[in-house]
Design a protein around this ligand. Structure first.
Ligand code: PMP
Ligand code: GLN
Length: 386
C-alpha cells in the first residue's frame, strides 16, 4: 500500500529514540531536551486548582482570553511589542502544533520554504506534508552565523517563507541584530513570511538580549513568532504554546489549528496565563540557572577532553567528537549511551535527508539537569575516554 512518504518513509524522531536507548542502558539522559525538575510550584498549583474547579470542557479554539491577554502583555513587557490579544494571538498544543498549523495554513503545494541547516526536526516533515518544497541554507560551525549572499541565493520566485530559530536548537547560537537585519532585508525585498521559532526566548546568556525579528522595521506584518510554555516554565509535557503575528496570518493559522489540535487543555492554559505574569525574579532566575548549568557542563566536558563549541542560549551545547577520536556522531551517541551510560543527540539528525556535506562530528548535550547529574555524566565520559 502506498502511504504518504513524508511520514511513512521517515525514521522515528531522534529524541524519543535516544530517550528509549538511554532507558534501555540505564544511561543519564542528556539527549532529548527536557528539564529534570518541574516548573514552579505556584504554576503547578494553579493548574491543579483549575482542573478540580472545572469546567473541564472545550475552551475557545484560539485559546482562553486570559492566556491570550497574558501572551500579549508578555510581548509588551519583554520586547515593547503591541499586540491585540483577540486578533494577534493563538494558543496551540505546544509550539510543535503551532508550527504545523503555520506550514499548512501558509504553504500552497509547490511553494518553497527556506530552512537554515541545522534546524529543528519537525519543520521539514510539516512543510512537506503541506506540499511545500524545502530549500536549505547551511550555517557553518562554530559560530553558525547567517550569510546574506547564501540566503539570497536560495530564493526563487516560488519562495513563500523562511524559518528562523533563535536561540537555536541544536547549536545554542543566538542571532544578533546584524543577522536579523539580513533576514529582515531579504524578507522585505522578496515579500516573504518569516516563521520565528523563539521557544528558548528566556534562555539567552551572558547578558545578551533576545531580539524578536517581529520588532524590526516592516516585519510585524510578515513574522509569526512561536513561544512555548513547556520551555518557559519547565513543563514540556503540558503542550501549551502560543503563536503571535498579524491578524492576516494568525487567522488562517487558527483555521488550521482548529482542525489539528482544536484546543489545548483549559486548566493548563489558566496556569500559564498566571505564569506569564510572574515577576522578574522568576524569568531572571530561569536564565541564570540555565547559564550556570551551561558553565558547569561546558567546564567539565572540556576537562574530560572534549572541544566544546560556544553556546549563547537554549539548554543545549555541542562538542566536537573528533577531540576524543570519533568522527561519526550517530555511532558516537549510541556508543556513549551504551558504554559510558550517558546519552546525547547527533547534530546530523538536524539536517534534511537530502542534504549533502552534513557535518558528522558534533554531538549535542542537554544541560537542563540538576548540577549533580551533569557532574556525574561528565565524570562517566571522562572515565570512559581516559
Ligand atoms: N522548536 C524548537 C527549536 C524546539 O527545541 C522545540 C522543542 N523542544 C520546539 C520547537 C517544540 O516546542 P513544544 O514542546 O512547545 O512543542
Ligand atoms: N525539542 C526537544 C529536543 O530538541 C525535544 C522535543 C521532542 O522530543 N519533541 O531535544
Amino acid at each position: 500500500m502506498k502511504l504518504n512518504p513524508v511520514f511513512a518513509d521517515r525514521p522515528h524522531s531522534i529524541f524519543p529514540t535516544m530517550s528509549a536507548l538511554a532507558r534501555r542502558h540505564g544511561a543519564i539522559n542528556l539527549g532529548q531536551g527536557f528539564p529534570d525538575e518541574d516548573g514552579p510550584a505556584p504554576l503547578l498549583r494553579a493548574a491543579s486548582d483549575a482542573l478540580v474547579a472545572g469546567p473541564n470542557q472545550y475552551v475557545p479554539v484560539e485559546g482562553i482570553p486570559a492566556l491570550r491577554q497574558a501572551v500579549a502583555a508578555a510581548h509588551q513587557r519583554f520586547y515593547g511589542i503591541d499586540l491585540d490579544p483577540d486578533t494577534n494571538v493563538v494558543v496551540t498544543a505546544g509550539a510543535t502544533e503551532g508550527l504545523a498549523a503555520a506550514f499548512l495554513a501558509f504553504c500552497a503545494p509547490g511553494d518553497e520554504v527556506i530552512f537554515l541547516s541545522p534546524f529543528y526536526e519537525c519543520y521539514a516533515p510539516q512543510a512537506e506534508a503541506a506540499g511545500a518544497l524545502c530549500r536549505f541554507v547551511s550555517l557553518t560551525p562554530p559560530h553558525w552565523r547567517i550569510d546574506e549572499s547564501a540566503l539570497r541565493a536560495a530564493i526563487s520566485p516560488r519562495t513563500k517563507l523562511v524559518v528562523i530559530n533563535t536561540p537555536h536548537n541544536p547549536t545554542g547560537h543566538v542571532m544578533d541584530e546584524d543577522e536579523l537585519e539580513i533576514v529582515a532585508r531579504v524578507a522585505r525585498d522578496h515579500d516573504l513570511i518569516v516563521l520565528c521559532d523563539e521557544v528558548y526566548e528566556h534562555m539567552v546568556f551572558d547578558g545578551r538580549p533576545h531580539l524578536p525579528l517581529m520588532a524590526f522595521e516592516g516585519m510585524a506584518e510578515r513574522c509569526v513568532r512561536f513561544g512555548s510554555a513547556g520551555k518557559t516554565f519547565s513543563v514540556t509535557g503540558w503542550r501549551i504554546g502560543y503563536a503571535s503575528g498579524p491578524a492576516s496570518l494568525i487567522e488562517p493559522l487558527n483555521k488550521a489549528h482548529q482542525f489539528l489540535a482544536y484546543t489545548s487543555p483549559g486548566h493548563l492554559q489558566q496556569a500559564v496565563a498566571q505564569g506569564l505574569g510572574f515577576d522578574n525574579d522568576y524569568f531572571g532566575g530561569l536564565t541564570r540557572g540555565m547559564q550556570d548549568r551551561r558553565d558547569l557542563l561546558s567546564d567539565q566536558l572540556s576537562r574530560a577532553g572534549f572541544d566544546v563549541l560556544p553556546c549563547e542560549g537554549t539548554y543545549f551545547l555541542s562538542v566536537d567528537i573528533r577531540s576524543v577520536g570519533r568522527d561519526d556522531d550517530r555511532a558516537f551517541c549510541a556508543e556513549i549511551t551504551e558504554h559510558a551510560k550517558v546519552a546525547a543527540v547527533p547534530v546530523s539528525a538536524f539536517y534534511h535527508p537530502s542534504e549533502e556535506n552534513v557535518p558528522k562530528h558534533l554531538a549535542r548535550f542537554c544541560f537542563a539537569k540538576k548540577p549533580g547529574i551533569l557532574t556525574e555524566a561528565a565524570r562517566r565520559l571522562a572515565t570512559y575516554f581516559r
